[in-house]
Write a protein that binds this ligand. Structure first.
Ligand code: GLC
Ligand code: GLC
Length: 814
């Protein structure tokens, strides 16, 4: 069952009924000002940090769901009837409803009682504000007299405090209203130098800024007394709950159209110019007013929207594929990259599932997110790498996360996740291969942001590798620490207190558990380091890294193999995890993927065998589950993994992030059919037809799809902010379609399904456009290359001489 359709030409997903199984979200803003918006205009806005600079309030896990957002009420003067043109919050019947989620904008349109209302929401590039561009059309035969009420609810900046500290917060709220503009200035008198404003292009007939006055006692957003009566109170908030609502009167002749622009913005004043006059407590509004007056001009709004579209066109130009599979094309060309941008911007902070208060930028997560982002805006990727590396600890270890506002590491979600530092190697080498910008390696970068501790980035990478080597256990495998990629495999934790966080509880019983996953990741990263050192002409380093990689591979083969698959770990007692000897959790996906990707057991058939075991034991029609059998009871020595009910999350859910590792591993085995088959099981567009089962948005990946042990097998959760986005992009573009940046040029080695006749692609790589055409002549994956008509040996297209802008590449597969 579907709730809408893709419009690829406009790069939109068009939702045709408002009551989707879950609110289907989109993101506005791409730099500093961000907003999440649902298909019924729910959601909230923030500046840079979803916790510390929350502009509007949103009640998570609310009833009704997704109740609170960017609302406009329309009241018909003739009858007094009112409705929401975005369906929520009034939820009356609408004659027509369409929501178009596009790249950086959402347009929600409806018709009711002969009034068509279309609102386009977006954040202009380079600005700290959002625009609600409303067009009204009177489709009646008679004139219409309408009262409009806008509505937002302000958050008192710190979203965590805002949702908990009521004894204080009910007293602090302050606003100013001037020339119809509502200014929210809670705590501006004291230490804040920022405020929010809510403006409107129409003359304002009235306004409200105190929630209780707007709603009336015991009423909800669906029947505010002010809207019911058709008259605002001109209330000024003193404490309690500041809101912003304009009352506007509109008269429309039959057929007449009218456009109204609302602006919601954030502004910071310099400390010394906070007040106007300087000795008053009144906000200095000069700069803000200037921005407001510009953006209330419809022409500027049109330009800003056009610029946003141009921006996305350019970003998406870097890679474009045309394969026989339409789900692949639209997800690769549009949505997967868009999602990678969002994960790059927000890590795991703000979505329908992430409340924006708990998590900053993850060290592990942000490094992986870069893998799907670097090609789009390399400069921003470069800065991000430097920011992440600056939080690295002197011993090579890492804080698990850092706050975007301060860029400082923090311990809020624990530390000692021993895989963390290795991901930095993957991000940096991916950046270097994409851009060729070797200067990055020579950047001086501090440890733990301490001035004076700076060393070249290359040294940071070396310390990442050494960090693992300095922490080996009794089987010579890497110690896991608190956890590795799987946050919930807590082998040293032994948590028995209800509610205790597995991520931060003290490690009680020593730290002896070992991870085969980290061993695989280490081999992958050390081989990347060898490649990087070789490219830098550092022959000794290259040899050393190949050497340590080989030694770890030998250890995995000796102590990390269970007979038919790779083991997952050794627990704190030295017992196998992920072995046929275990009662539950006999086989795990992560080591099969990462070890095979690292090249472990390719020569001796172990990798092949491990992947067959994955197919036999873990693959479901909804994707590959994390392990089998699921844990049915709580195991003190395993931790959070066994605290989820079977089939959900880390306890044998389809944890989508890991599936692309298997796809990549399958391509290394030459299995294009199987790699692509797995790809198609996860591809959200390919799952659109089962939206009633999948329930999350069909245009982006979700973190988890319930596994076959779950009563709701196939149901997705936690869409948008997941490493699934970056890894799927890598798997499909670099390994299945086989277009892979290297230090020396563009590597072309597609491993595609046998029944594909080929595909076409364009790829801009280091400033050159490669027009690639792949033609299948045999059933294998052997590549023969023609570059601008001339046959060349090997499968790497060398970087052309200066001045060449276009290269034609023909790939014959036999
Ligand atoms: C979440 C975390 C990620 C972790 C994964 C598995 O996606 O953000 O860091 O690797 O869960 O536990
Ligand atoms: C990751 C996991 C989740 C776990 C959390 C702890 O996001 O996916 O299951 O509870 O980390 O922070």
């Amino acid at each position: 069952m579907r709730f809408g359709y893709f419009n690829d030409e406009r790069r939109e997903y068009v939702i045709t009924q408002p009551d989707t199984p879950l609110p289907w979200m989109n993101y506005l803003g791409n730099e500093d000002y961000f907003a999440i918006i649902s298909n019924t205009a729910g959601g909230y806005s923030f500046y840079q940090d979803a916790r510390l600079r929350r502009i509007t309030r949103y009640r998570y896990n609310n009833v009704p769901v997704d109740y609170g957002g960017r609302y406009i009420y329309i009241r018909d003067g003739a009858t007094g009837k009112f409705w929401s043109p975005t369906w929520q919050p009034v939820r009356g019947e609408l004659k027509k409803y369409v929501c178009r989620h596009g790249l950086g904008y959402s347009t929600i349109s409806s018709v009711n009682r002969g009034i068509e209302a279309t609102t386009r929401y977006f954040v202009p590039l380079g600005e700290n504000l959002e625009i609600w561009d409303l067009s009204l059309t009177n489709q009646r035969d008679l004139p219409a007299e309408l009262d409009l009420f806008s509505l937002i609810e302000f958050a008192l900046w710190d979203a965590q405090d805002d949702a908990t500290n009521f004894q204080r917060n009910f007293n602090t709220g302050e606003v100013e209203v001037e020339e119809g503009v509502i200014y929210h200035k809670t705590e501006y008198r004291e230490r804040r130098d920022h405020f929010a404003y809510f403006a409107c292009s129409e003359p304002v007939f009235g306004f409200d800024t105190q929630r209780a006055d707007f709603l009336g006692p015991y009423r909800g957003w669906d029947d505010p007394i002010v809207v019911e009566k058709g008259a605002a109170n001109n209330s000024i908030a003193h404490g309690w709950a500041p809101i912003g609502s304009h009352h506007i009167k509109v008269s429309l002749e039959p057929g007449q159209k009218h456009r109204i622009i609302f602006l919601l913005g954030y502004h910071e004043n310099p400390q010394e110019a906070k007040f106007d006059p300087p000795d008053s407590q009144t906000i200095n509004k000069q700069a803000a007013k200037h921005v407001i007056s510009r953006y209330l001009d419809p022409n500027l709004v049109d330009n800003a929207f056009e610029n946003l579209n141009l921006y996305w066109e350019q970003v998406l130009e870097v890679i474009n594929v045309h394969t026989p599979d339409e789900n692949t094309n639209r997800i690769v060309n549009i949505w997967n990259q868009y999602q990678c941008m969002v994960t790059f911007n927000l890590s795991r902070s703000a979505s329908f599932f992430e409340s924006g208060v708990g998590r900053g930028m993850g060290f592990r997560d942000s490094n992986q997110d870069l893998l799907g982002f670097i090609h789009m805006i390399p400069d921003r990727a470069r800065q991000r790498i430097l920011d992440i590396a600056a939080t690295q600890l002197p011993d090579g270890g890492a804080y698990h996360q850092y706050q975007p506002l301060t860029k400082r590491g923090n311990d809020a979600v624990g530390s000692d996740f021993n895989d963390d530092p290795l991901w930095l190697v993957l991000a940096v080498t991916a950046y270097l291969k994409e851009t060729g910008d070797r200067s990055l390696l020579d950047e001086p970068v501090p440890y733990d942001n301490q001035p004076g501790s700076e060393q070249h980035l290359y040294e940071h990478l070396q310390r990442s590798i050494r960090f693992t080597l300095d922490r080996l256990g009794q089987h010579d495998l890497p110690l896991i620490g608190r956890a590795d990629w799987n946050d919930c495999l807590n082998l040293n934790t032994f948590s028995s207190e209800p509610g205790e966080s597995f991520q931060t509880v003290e490690i009680h019983e020593g730290d002896t558990a070992e991870s085969v996953f980290i061993a695989g990741l280490f081999v992958l990263a050390a081989r990347e380091m060898a490649g990087l050192a070789a490219a830098q002409g550092l022959v000794n380093d290259a040899d050393d890294y190949s050497d340590v990689a080989q030694r770890m591979e030998n250890v995995v083969i000796k102590n990390g193999w269970d007979g038919e698959w790779f083991l997952r770990a050794y627990d704190n007692f030295g017992q196998e995890v992920g072995s046929h000897k275990c009662e539950q959790g006999q086989i795990f996906i992560e080591p099969q993927g990462i070890c095979a990707m690292a090249g472990i057991g390719i020569g001796n058939g172990m990798a092949k065998k491990a992947l067959e075991s994955v197919t036999d034991r873990l693959a479901t029609s909804h994707g590959i589950v994390l392990h089998q059998p699921a844990y049915t009871k709580y195991y003190l020595q395993l931790g959070e993994i066994s605290s989820y009910p079977p089939g959900y999350k880390e306890n044998a859910g389809v944890f989508c992030h890991t599936n692309p590792w298997i796809m990549i591993a399958e391509t290394l085995q030459g299995n294009g059919d199987r790699a692509f088959d797995y790809y198609a099981r996860n591809n959200p567009s390919a799952r659109e037809g089962i939206s009633d089962i999948h329930r999350c948005e069909p245009y982006v990946y979700a973190q988890m799809i319930a596994g076959w042990d779950a009563p709701t097998h196939g149901e997705a959760k936690n869409s948008w902010l997941t490493g699934t986005a970056a890894w799927n992009f890598v798997a499909i573009t670099q390994w299945i379609l086989g277009i892979r940046p290297t230090y020396d040029g563009l590597h072309l080695s597609p491993v595609i399904p046998q029944d594909w006749e080929g595909f076409k692609a364009t790829r801009i790589f280091r400033g050159v456009t490669y027009n690639i055409s792949v033609v299948r002549e045999g059933l294998g994956n052997r590549v023969s290359l023609k570059v601008d008509g001339t046959h060349i040996d090997g499968d790497i297209v060398p970087i052309p001489s200066k001045g060449v802008e276009d290269v034609q590449v023909e790939v014959i597969l036999t």
